[in-house]
Every structure is written in structure tokens, then in C-alpha cells.
Design a protein around this ligand. Sequence first.
Ligand SMILES: Nc1ncnc2c1ncn2[C@@H]1O[C@H](COP(=O)(O)OP(=O)(O)OP(=O)(O)O)[C@@H](O)[C@H]1O
Ligand SMILES: [Mg+2]
Length: 212
Amino acid sequence: MFLLKNIKYRDILDIKQLHIPSDKITCIVGESGSGKTTLLRLLNKMISCTEGEIYYNHNPISQIDSIDLRRDVVMLPQAPAIFPGTIEDNLLVGLRFSEKPLVNQDKLAEILKMVHLNKSPKENASQLSGGEKQRLALGRVILMAPAVFLLDEPSSALDESTEKIIIEQLVDYVKQNHKTLIMVTHSKKIAQTYADYIVEIKNGNLIDKRRE
Ligand SMILES: Nc1ncnc2c1ncn2[C@@H]1O[C@H](COP(=O)(O)OP(=O)(O)OP(=O)(O)O)[C@@H](O)[C@H]1O
Ligand SMILES: [Mg+2]
């Protein structure tokens, strides 16, 4: 799905070669400041590498239109934005931005259940807790149903039992729908339990990649 060849991003990342397979769950781990978010941002062309090339389905991403790429490859940032308005507005905003068809109330209810958010779509989103906002933002990207999910610590604000429920739902969804999930996590336990592959970054270098 992604192949990175001799990638450098300023003096932050330096990766000789990395293959990230499709239809699998890849977890990116490493200490704070090691370059995990930078790697995700390279994969959806929020930033471009200063040296080397990244291939998406064998095509150099330098030659893929950013908007086209981001229709396929959707990133959930580490601190996602919550917009003024209702939960429904916030769920639909990703579809609106990417000009995808909107969905009905049943689908919204299904997504809220999936991210374990027991709230009405008509409620104001600004009143949600930090962890609830994080789950709302995750619901937003699941609704977009991209081929590739780039999730930057999607469960960092959740307690361990909620985290387990959410990640299990996400993993089931990804497997059943043949999606590719690339997820940064601070939790070694999450990576070891759910990842098909673990990519470990230290000081901008790949130090390990192994099959679990
Ligand atoms: N645009 C930028 N300009 C300069 N330095 C940057 C830029 N973006 C990131 N950095 C630096 O690059 C390093 C890696 O940042 P990155 O956000 O990728 O780390 P991370 O592994 O995601 O960390 P965390 O676990 O804390 O989120 C950090 O030292 C950061 O300060
Ligand atoms: Mg980060």
C-alpha cells in the first residue's frame, strides 16, 4: 500500500525503506518526539519529504493530487478539531469537506454506538468531555470510510476499558471492510494485541519492524 524509499524529512525523519501493507493493522510506536506524527503527515501529503519518495499503490505520491490522495487516505490528528454545533454536525463535517454523500440518522446512530458514545446526535458537541470529543472525531473519520485510516493516538484520552472497547470495534470494522489501519499508539499493549505489524521509531529512525 505504502512504500517509503530513502525518506528524509528535514533532520526529523530518516527512513531507508519501509513497506506498509494493505488490509492490515500497522501500529507505530516510539517515544515522544521520535517522529511518529511526522510519518503520518508524510503519508497523506500534509508535508512532503525533503529527500526520497513515498509510493502509494506503486505511484509516487509526489505525483498524486493531494485532494485525491486524501479522499483515500484520511488522517485523524492527535488533537482533532471539534467544530461549533451538534454531534451530528461534527460527524458529518468530514463527509461535507470531502464532498461525499451524507448519511441518514440510522447510520449516525450506528457510528455513535461503534465509538461507544451514548449521546443524541442533536446534542451540542462543545459540552462533551475530552475523551468523548476524541471518540466523536474518530466517528467522523469512520463515517468517511476511506481505504486507509491514519490515526494519531486515537485512544490517548480514554481510560483502559473504554480504550479496549473502542479499539476492538475499530479493528473489527477494519478487518470486515478490508481497510488499512495505520495507528500511532503510546500503548505497547494495544500494539502487541492488535497490530499485524509494529513499526518502532527512535530519533527519526526505524529501529524495528516485526510480525506479531
Ligand atoms: N514543522 C516542524 N518544524 C520543526 N520541527 C518539527 C516540525 N514538526 C515536528 N517537529 C519536530 O520533530 C520531532 C518529531 O515530532 P513528531 O510530532 O513527529 O513526534 P511524535 O513522535 O509524534 O511525538 P509525540 O508522541 O509527542 O506526539 C519533534 O522534535 C518536533 O519538535
Ligand atoms: Mg505525535
